[in-house]
Ligand binder design. Structure first.
Ligand code: ADP
Ligand code: MG
Length: 402
């Protein structure tokens, strides 16, 4: 079996690791890039080798996307604990079978069960012990860090990490760096821009998407003959928002077309790519059409109001009603706080939207947001008409029966 090959971005990894280890990186570094564009691959294949390795730092990596049902705080604690367990010689195993594993290093001693956020400075102690045991500075990489905002424990985790950062970066400290990624810049930006966030004002960098050099690399390896031109690949890659997977799927498909003429390969490839994107998009709209009228109206209101969306305002309610009237021809009577709350919850559990704690909501996937935006432009006239009709109804004097 052939192993999956990756295109390496060594120079980018070197630059980012230098930034992280510089004084500027001491408050932490946050990088964003849309979902499925290669953040985790870059971290695993290029960034960790650049910053870890024999001369580098001790890396602790946790992907909060991998198990979304796990509590982000628990996931971070679990990975720190398992890193400590790698240093077997420092672990004092208690009496056979029972008891707690204790770890003892550099005059410090703690039980592994104590690693957590609630009890004073145990996280600082655990990370400091890890630095002493490994004789290296510690770099914690949190992939999809926006998930920390979903729960109170997750938010606490960030504050505990901030305390650890400050203690470990003090003059005699062993050194600690936090590197975090997120697939939605709006979600991540609140982590560094809100004054009450642990990592307020830490630098936020957009990870460059895979570029033309990736396409050249990919084209060279294509087991397809004839091959699409590099220009056709560029257009297709832009059309799928720089995500390798949809591009590769169409390349696999064209590889099975055995009587392709060199003159027609580009046209054929681009037609297949367009058809594939249309299928993905119509699949999304099928799901939207399967929502009930209020859910669909809430989703569209979010798409049209963006960051200003607040679910329970008068403005939001009149927008829900306008979308429902435009969609179904009926005037909704029974919209209230609890029905809106239920709609939001359904949208969240079906992964249409994301809740950033404290009542802030965002559309999960930026691609969905673009598609909804296009659909809203098309439906603009209908929605405007619905709004006018609702206003006219509201201002009409209600007839009274004497
Ligand atoms: N440098 C690369 N070379 C080859 N394939 C890549 C590269 N980066 C990403 N991919 C492919 O793109 C897909 C999504 O990548 P991933 O790293 O999971 O994205 P993200 O973490 O941004 O969601 C994976 O199937 C992966 O194999
Ligand atoms: Mg990822």
């Amino acid at each position: 079996m052939q192993k999956e090959e990756f295109f390496h971005r060594t120079e980018l990894a070197k630059r980012l690791s230098q930034t992280l280890m510089s004084a500027d990186g001491s408050s932490g570094l946050f990088i964003t890039g849309p979902r499925r564009t290669g953040k985790s691959t870059f971290i695993r294949e290029d960034f960790i080798p650049a910053i870890g390795g024999p001369q580098g730092s001790h890396i602790v990596y946790v992907d909060l996307w991998a198990d979304q049902d796990a509590n982000p705080g628990d996931a971070i604690v679990a990975v720190i604990r398992s890193e400590l367990l790698k240093f077997d010689s420092f672990i004092l195993r208690a009496a056979k079978g029972v008891g707690i594993d204790k770890i003892k290093v550099g005059g410090m001693e703690m039980s592994l069960n104590q690693v957590g956020f609630g009890q004073g400075e145990t996280l600082t102690t655990a990370l400091t012990m890890l630095a002493i045991a490994s004789k290296k500075s510690v770099v914690l990489i949190i992939d999809e860090a926006q998930h920390t905002q979903v729960t109170e424990e997750g938010r606490k985790a960030l504050f505990a990490l901030k305390a650890a950062r400050d203690a470990m970066n003090a003059t005699n400290g062993p050194g600690f760096r936090l590197f975090a990624t997120g697939s939605n810049s709006d979600k991540l930006v609140s982590l560094v821009e809100d004054k009450d966030q642990a990592f307020y004002q830490a630098p936020l960098i957009v990870l460059p998407h895979l570029g033309d050099d990736y396409l050249v690399w990919l084209r060279e390896r294509l087991p397809v003959d004839p091959r699409p031109s590099i220009d056709a690949l560029k257009r297709a890659f832009t059309a799928c928002n720089y995500r390798p997977e949809p591009l590769r799927a169409v390349l696999r498909e064209i590889g099975l077309d055995f009587d392709l003429h060199p003159n027609e390969v580009d046209a054929r490839f681009e037609a297949m790519m367009a058809a594939s994107l249309t299928r993905t998009k119509s699949h999304f709209f099928q799901q939207v059409n399967g929502l009930n009228p209020l859910e669909s109206a809430v989703l569209k209101t979010m798409a049209s109001q963006g960051k200003n969306f607040a679910p329970y305002t008068k403005d939001a309610f009149s927008s829900y009603k306008a979308f429902i009237l435009a969609n179904t021809g009926e005037v909704a009577q029974d919209i209230n706080q609890s029905s809106v709350q239920m709609a939001l919850e359904r949208l969240r559990s079906n992964k249409f939207i994301w809740r950033a704690g404290r009542g802030a909501y965002l559309i999960e996937d930026s691609q969905h947001l673009d598609w909804l935006g296009e659909a809203l432009v098309q439906a603009q006239a209908d929605v405007a008409r619905a709004r006018t009709e609702l206003q006219a109804r509201a201002s009409k004097v209600v007839p009274t029966n004497f």
